[in-house]
Structure formats: C-alpha cells, structure tokens
Ligand binder design. Structure first.
Ligand SMILES: Cc1ncc(COP(=O)(O)O)c(C=O)c1O
Length: 464
C-alpha cells in the first residue's frame, strides 16, 4: 500500500507557523536547553514547537504571540466546563483566602465528602484517591493481581491507560512485519510484561471468548475503556461489555473499566451505569478533578479493602494524593455537574453531533473523505467528543483501533499531524483532528471551526 506523502505540505505549514509565532519559537530554543524536547508531555509538544500559553479562559487560550486560539483539547479532555471555569476558580480563591488549600499532610472533611459524592454518583462502594490516571490503572491492576493470585492482564489493542508497566503493551500500531498491537512500547520494562499482558481487539466478541477459553483461568483482570478514548473515540457495543462481564465472572477475573476519559463526560457519573454493566473496579480522573490533579480507583469494597491495613496491597503513599485544593475542586466540579446535568449534557451532546458533521462536510466539500468518530450509541445519549479519520475507502466501519490506527486503512499522518498544524494556522487547536467540546463552546465557535476546516481542506486538497 502506497501511503500519501505530505512532507511538502508539512514543510510549508511549518514555515508559515514559524513566521507567525516568533515568541513561542524563541521560548522553544530556551526550553530545549533544560527540558527534553522542550517539555514534559510529548503530545503537548506540537512540532516544530508548541504555542506557549499565557492565558486560558472558556473555549479559548492566548499564546505568547497574541493568538487567541479556539481550543478543542481542553486540558486533555478534562475541562468539561472550559478553561478556568468560575465555579471552580471562585471556590479555590475562597479556600485559599480562608487559609485552606495547599498540602497539609493531614486529612480533612472535604476528602470524606468528595469520596461520598463520587461513590454515590458512580455506584461504587469504596474509593481511594491518587493524582493521575496512570496511577489509578496501575493500582487497579495491582489490586486485581493480589485478589486473584494470578499474573495475566488482558487489555485492548490501541487502549491507552497511562504510562504504567501493565499499560505499556499494545498501544501503538506497528505495521505488518511487526506485531500490530502486540508490541511492548518502552524500553526498561521487566521482561514478564511482554508475556503477562494479553492483547485483544475492541468489540470483537469472538476473539475475547477465544482468549478467555485459552487463558481465562490465569487472567487476573480485563481492563478496558467502555468508550475507547485515544484509540479512536468509539463506544463499546452493549453486547461486548455484557460478554466481558460474563466472561470475567465465569473465570474469576476482575473486570476493570478505565473511565478516565468517559467518567462524567456523558452524564454525572460512570458510563458503565448507562450500559447497565457493573465493573468490579473503575478508574476516574480528568473531568472529576475540575482542572486539578485528582484521580480515583473506585469499586467493590472487598477489592479496595486490600489497600487497607493488613490488606497486603501497597496502594498508599502519594505526598499529594487527596490534596486539599484538588479535593475542593473535585467536590465543586462533581456537585456542579450533578446539579446542572440537564443543562449540561444534552446541549453538549447536540453540539458534539453538530461539530462532527460540520467537520465531515467541510472535507467533503473539497472532495476529501473524512469520518469523525465520537458518536454515541443506543446506550450513550450523545457525545461531546470527536476524532477525525481519513479512510482510503468509503464505507470503512470504525469499531476498534485497528480500523483507524492502521496506516493501510486510514491516512494517519493527515489526521494527526497535517490537520493539527493547518488548523493552528487558523487559530484553532485540535488533537487527532478534533477533541472535546465544553459547555462554553458556542454555535458561533462551531461555525468558526467549520470555516477553519474548509480553509484547511482546500489547502490539503491542493497539495495532493
Ligand atoms: C483512558 C485513559 N486512562 C488513563 C490515562 C492516564 O491518565 P493520566 O494522564 O492522568 O496519567 C489516560 C490519559 O489520557 C486515558 O485517556
């Protein structure tokens, strides 16, 4: 399969970008002296250099060069109320003014109330807080392995659960001669990870049944996102989740739902509740923290109790776990989402739908076939997420990451790299072609986005 060559277009886009962003360019040169690649999170380090932000408010961020950028990245999909929402910043300001906010090394009423709220809204029996999504999935796996006394982990090819040992296999697509989604992603891991992590295909019931038939009695847990995030913004089919539940129960494995992206994104609670499928453990982060580093493992009391005294699992420590300001932000955020659910979620989903279709139409007008995933299904009442793909063939179905990360099926460079830079030149920021809507994005913002896409599409078309 001959892939399209976008190098000329990319070079032209980069040149133009460099010309219009001299201050961010100068900061990049400075950054490279001390920071690896100029920063601490690869996805933020847009090439040739990222726009360096000085201000963020609502749907927009402003960079060093004075560009006011319409943002669909929104804090890695965390900012469901937009950047620096007054509901959160006012509470934090009040907390700090009253002598409460930075780490104390003690515990407080707020953590108790935040735990109560999270459990009530998600149906969990117990919760323990930590500071990042990666830590939650690592601890969840640890709890599952300890509980079952087994070593094997089952995960989805293309599923991203953060940079922790058991999540670092089968994330990126490696072509024909490698192992597709069966590759270990980093040097430095214990060799056992390659053997102990089994990778299966999202929404593929037959493959799941086969794997459980073969290995079920040695599997500690099956971890998956009920709504696939970085792997392509695709919902699990209802029967697939029900089957996962049934197979885990039958084989004594722990079912873990990673709801780091999906939790509180579709309603004020877990996506599992919308499907009517109950996992044994679930992980939450992003939206829950209201822009602060809050993450949680929640679920069955007997599993989580292993983290307690005498329980044997070292899910503990964390100087900044359940940080007072973070707990405050989380409590305010979850309360706000619950209290205003009706005004928040249906309009957000409607805007998401409008946005996805507008993006497809903009490319279609230039004769380019683009598909924007992120749709809900019969279990999920709409969605505020979107990811853009350029399949070589019309009619390609998107059910698993194999359908969108395989460069023989989709033009991955166009969807990820070209579109991002072309839109940045229009002062619009997207990741994987689009991103997440927030409650402060307006219809006018979507019109602006559509116009930016039309201009980008014309440019791309002219280069092909
Ligand atoms: C589904 C999922 N799980 C876990 C993580 C890791 O979370 P964090 O980046 O907070 O460590 C992410 C991050 O994007 C994610 O999307």
């Amino acid at each position: 399969m001959k892939h399209r060559d976008h190098s000329k277009l990319l070079a032209a886009l980069r040149q133009e970008y460099e010309r219009r962003s001299p201050r961010s360019a100068a900061l990049q040169a400075e950054a490279l002296r001390r920071l690896v690649d100029g920063g601490s999170h690869t996805l933020r380090l847009v090439q040739p250099f990222p726009p360096r932000i000085v201000r963020a408010e609502g749907a927009y961020v402003t960079d060093e060069d004075g560009h006011r950028i319409l943002d669909f990245w929104q804090g890695h999909y965390a900012n469901i109320l937009g950047h620096n929402p007054p509901a959160i910043t006012a509470a934090l300001r009040e907390g700090f003014a009253g002598g409460f906010g930075l780490q104390t090394g003690f515990t407080d009423r707020l953590q108790v109330e935040t735990a109560e709220l999270l459990c009530r809204l998600t149906g969990a029996e117990r919760v323990r807080f930590t500071t990042s999504g990666a830590l939650t999935t690592m601890y969840a796996v640890l709890l599952a392995r300890a509980f079952t006394g087994r070593d094997r982990i089952m995960k989805i090819g293309g599923g991203w659960h953060g940079a922790q040992p058991w999540g670092l296999k089968g994330v990126d697509f490696h072509g024909e001669n490698h192992s597709r989604f069966h590759h270990v992603e980093t040097k430095g891991l214990p060799g056992a990870i390659a053997r102990e992590v089994l990778v299966t295909r999202f929404n593929d019931a037959e493959m799941l049944e086969g794997l459980f038939r073969q290995h079920g009695d040695s599997v500690a847990c099956f971890i998956l996102e009920p709504f696939m995030g970085a792997g392509g913004f695709m919902p699990a089919e209802r029967e697939y989740l029900a089957l996962a539940r049934e197979l885990c129960t039958r084989h004594g494995a722990v079912l873990i739902f990673d709801e780091v992206i999906s939790g509180f994104r579709f309603h004020a609670g877990a996506v599992s509740q919308l499907y009517g499928v109950r996992p044994d453990l679930a992980t939450f982060a992003k939206a829950v923290g209201g822009g602060m580093p809050v993450a949680a493992v929640a679920g069955r009391a007997d599993l989580l109790q292993q983290a307690g005294r005498g329980g044997g699992v070292k899910f503990s420590g964390g100087t900044y776990s359940a940080h007072p300001a973070s707990m405050l932000a989380a409590k305010v955020m979850m309360s706000h989402l619950e209290a205003n659910a009706r005004e928040i979620y249906p309009p957000l989903a409607a805007l998401g739908e409008r946005c996805r279709r507008a993006v497809e139409a903009a490319f279609a007008a230039e004769g380019l076939h683009a598909v924007c995933t992120g749709n809900g299904n019969e279990a999920l009442p709409g969605s505020s997420l979107g990811m853009v793909h350029f399949p070589y063939r019309e009619g390609t179905r998107f059910r698993s990451p194999e359908d969108n990360r395989n460069p023989d099926v989709c033009d991955v460079v166009l969807g990820d790299t070209v579109v991002q830079l072309a839109l940045l030149l229009e002062d619009v920021f997207v990741v994987h072609g689009l991103g997440a809507l927030s409650t402060v994005h307006t219809e006018a913002d979507i019109d602006r986005l559509a116009e930016a896409y039309r201009r980008a599409a014309r440019r791309i078309k002219a280069s092909l």
